[in-house]
Design a protein around this ligand. Sequence first.
Ligand code: ATP
Length: 211
Amino acid sequence: MIGILGGTFDPVHFGHLRPALEIREQLQLDEVRLVVSARPPHREPPVASALQRLAMLRAAVQGVDALRVDDREMRRAGPSYSVDTLESLRGALGAEPLALIIGMDAFLGLDTWHEWQRIPTLAHLVVTHRPGWSLQQLGGSSALLQLVSERAVEDTGMLHHSPAGYLVFQPVTQLEISATRIRTLVRARKDIHYLVPEHVHQLIKAQAIYG
Ligand code: ATP
């Protein structure tokens, strides 16, 4: 089973990388692919270019075989919809299980994603805890509550026995880091050491990516 963690990665930080690695170990995934959202449809355009974000991601996973960078959204025109990415992976994987990893903040907005109801037909959903976010914040979103009641399981082993369709909530080391905060720190000429891998820090500095 492979895991997919999509993101803007503007820039990639330890709050992405450490949970990705932990999920790989907890769920015994063969690898986790980090997919750069070339043109994220649900938010403001990223500050760094897609090529810069890809370069930072590549620098971040250097020497870590368990994490791979996937640039398929950059090779596709139009908005980067996750459902299209999962469909293309599903085509390549056949019936092999596939897990889409998303943080709790992203999960709470899942029902606004393009064709979101097709996502559980293409992959399992692995929702990771993120500081400041909880399922209680779902409020009145009955569509997502229904998804949870229909698909959530406790036993992660079940994910290995079906290509898609289950949902699990996974605790990971809680790192209160966000890309927005990192960009703000760089603009304010503050030190971002220990929030991002050193190679990423070097790239941000060398190319003055965030000013
Ligand atoms: P921004 O601040 O620009 O919105 P971000 O730090 O939230 O960025 P994204 O690239 O948007 O990063 O996130 C990609 C995925 O990683 C999402 O599923 C998100 O929930 C998850 N994620 C990001 N930061 C963390 C974190 N600190 N802990 C756990 N999950 C995270």
